[in-house]
Design a protein around this ligand. Structure first.
Ligand code: HMG
Ligand code: MG
Length: 315
């Protein structure tokens, strides 16, 4: 599961199981997903992106979204959200009683076509009634902008293209946008350059940053975002996940690494690393070998969280 770890001032905001599990090939039983989300709810985060109400032909791993949302124990103060690609997805999200939805488009035409089978303009037309109805029902709406820096198919993406999609999403009524480095290749300079263009147009508290960690710059990018005033960062326990339509990309930045990097800067997230490790351990038997965060053979595992001493360990 991908977690979306959000930080507001010094308070942690959320964790997201959706991005992390959508890329898994092993069938993870619904009961196990429920146990995992319940464990995440206890970590101190206050937002969890539980699932995606997308086509099960496209992402079969998340076809049990309704059952998962029915089965979890909702913790007061935690926001439970889901991805929604169209009105059908919104109806399912209403039925499942989510607190928040996320529509998703991209700054790359090719990626968008591969991910949701339509152009950028086509996706925004689809979102118009989705966002209107969600807002009328009192739900918060996030809009993802994928391939905001680099695209697996088109290469470098112009910042102007991102600014354009962001303003079209906010014009439609999205409360928050999540600027997404889908392929995990952005540099801190690219992050600060894009934020310098976005921040005069949209306040920092309406911008989230979503970094995959393919080139292992995601933690630096989070810190760059923090310095620019952003307080909402998406992350996933153990760095799980990836997008099935972004070949070569690895998972989101590990929640544990973000918590530790912020702590090193004196910023308390309120997220308990030992509880995160417990949640992650629930999934270990089901995950693809290469995505497991296991202690390296030559390193000593931490006695509390069982990670190798290093980035993801709770110490
Ligand atoms: P389509 O094939 O163009 O749509 O897919 P369609 O309307 O022709 O429907 C095809 C089939 O899907 C039909 O079923 C529909 O009923 C069904 P059939 O009649 O053939 O049996 N269908 C649905 N079923 C359940 N719920 C729905 C739904 N909609 C249609 N909501 C569609 C268009 C958008 C549906 C498809 O492309 C899709 O589901 N894509 C999802 C892709 C996806 O989930 N990608 C990963 C998430 S995005 C991501 O990871 C990036 C992010 O993390 C940020 C970043 O890192 O960049 C957010
Ligand atoms: Mg993602």
């Amino acid at each position: 599961m991908t977690d979306s770890l959000r930080f507001c001032s010094t308070k942690s905001k959320g964790v997201r199981p959706r991005d992390g599990l959508q890329n898994e090939t092993a069938a993870i039983p619904t009961a196990m997903k429920i146990a995992f989300i319940d464990a995440l709810s206890a970590t101190g985060v206050d937002e969890i992106e539980v699932t995606a109400f997308v086509s099960s032909h496209w992402v079969p791993q998340l076809s049990d979204g309704e059952a998962v949302l029915r089965g979890i124990s909702r913790r007061q103060g935690v926001v439970y959200s889901a991805l929604v690609p169209n009105e059908r997805g919104l109806d399912r999200a209403f039925e499942a009683r989510v607190d928040k939805i996320a529509v998703f488009t991209a700054a790359s035409e090719t990626f968008n076509q591969k991910n949701i089978n339509t152009s950028i303009t086509g996706s925004l037309q689809r979102f118009k009634p989705v966002i209107r109805r969600a807002r009328e029902a009192g739900l918060t709406v996030r809009g993802y902008v994928s391939a905001a820096f680099w695209c697996a198919f088109e290469g470098r993406i112009a910042p102007e293209a991102v600014v354009d999609v962001v303003s079209r999403l906010t014009d439609l009524g999205a409360h928050e946008v999540s600027i997404s480095d889908t392929v995990g290749r952005a540099s801190p300079q690219e992050v600060s350059g894009l934020l310098a263009r976005l921040l005069p147009r949209l306040p920092a508290d309406r911008i989230a940053l979503h970094f995959h960690d393919t080139y292992q710059r995601a933690v630096e990018n989070v810190l760059t975002g923090w310095q620019a005033g952003i307080r909402t960062f998406d992350a996933s326990v153990g760095g799980l996940g990836g997008c099935p339509y972004a070949p070569g990309a690895t998972g989101n930045v590990a929640t544990e690494a973000v918590v530790k990097a912020l702590a090193a800067e004196g910023i308390a997230s309120g997220v308990n690393l030992e509880k995160l490790a417990k949640a992650r351990r629930l999934l270990d038997p089901f995950l693809m070998d290469e995505l497991r965060t296991m202690p390296a053979a030559d390193s000593k595992a931490c006695e509390s969280c069982e990670y190798a001493r290093g980035e993801a360990c709770c110490r």
